[in-house]
Design a protein around this ligand. Structure first.
Ligand code: MG
Length: 281
């Protein structure tokens, strides 16, 4: 595949993402897929997906896990509900992530990804070791399926993320870099963060946002690509600098309104294509 194929974050039956028929119309060569509901994570439905993707000429580059009970309503709610961090649901969600990894394998996809949740910043915190441990278990399961596990960025600083990756100590643990999340969560300047963690980045989101007036306490706002504080040209130039050649996956967290998706994502695709030809020539 040529460097920087355009992609979109897609959802078939769960979560936010571009609707299936819009993907076909936008004719993008890649998608990242939000994992379907549990009853569809099986060989037969993977074969159906594969047939559809093949027909559309689309390659699935990552499968994202997500869980019942997660809420992104505000930052404290994210801390309490998202990913493998909340202790009450950790084991059942680990089991689900293993199932999602197996489903991704049926799709022929070598990458599984998720929001791990708010990892404590202090390695001596009581929850830190169990979170490292559950991440190792998931990495090892993905490894047995020949896959990488990508952590979505945003909820920790670049330094916190590097420290966590170092502690987990698994070669297949990588990063899905989302520059807007750094801004929305107020965890740091995305370009500086990308330069720091660049060696671990194996997939990215192209998403934009504006800073909150109380970073880290309240959300910033997600906005159409090119209209926020990320600085898309600088972002892509930095990706080029760190040697990233993988897909540019547009993520736009708006409800599944096909007309709005067509318009906004269509514009995002044009922006990325223009910058790609300027930067890569
Ligand atoms: Mg993202």
């Amino acid at each position: 595949m040529d460097p920087w194929p355009i992609g979109v974050f897609a959802s078939v039956d769960a979560g936010l993402g571009v609707a299936w028929d819009v993907i076909a119309e936008l004719s993008v060569p890649t998608i990242q897929l939000h994992a379907p509901h549990p009853e569809k994570r099986n060989q037969a439905s993977a074969e159906d997906f594969n047939a559809q993707l093949h027909q559309m000429g689309v390659k699935c580059t990552a499968v994202f896990g997500g869980f019942e009970g997660e809420s992104y309503a505000d930052i404290p709610t994210v801390v309490r509900t998202v990913g493998l961090v909340p202790p009450e649901t950790r084991q059942s969600r680990l089991a689900e992530m293993r199932q999602i990894s197996d489903f991704a394998k049926c799709l022929g996809c070598d990458t599984v990804a998720l929001h791990l949740g708010f990892v404590p910043h202090d390695t001596a915190a009581k929850d830190y070791a169990p979170i490292v441990d559950v991440t190792r278990q998931l990495c090892d399961h993905c490894e047995s399926n020949g896959q990488f596990l990508h952590l979505e960025t945003g909820q920790e600083t670049a330094d916190g993320l590097l420290q966590f990756i170092d502690q987990v100590d698994r070669a297949n643990l990588k990063i899905n870099f989302d520059p807007a999340n750094m801004i929305l969560y107020g965890t740091g300047d995305p370009i500086e963060a990308l330069q720091k963690v660049g060696q671990h980045v194996r997939s990215v989101h192209c998403k934009d946002g504006t800073w909150s007036d109380k970073p880290g306490e309240t959300w910033g706002a997600e906005v159409p690509l090119g209209q926020g504080d990320v600085g898309m040209e600088n972002y892509l130039r930095t990706l080029h600098q760190i040697g990233y050649t993988g897909p540019l996956t547009i993520e736009r967290e708006i409800p599944q309104d096909p007309d709005r998706q067509r318009a906004e994502i269509g514009q995002a695709i044009e922006l990325l294509k223009r910058l790609r030809s300027e930067i890569l020539g």
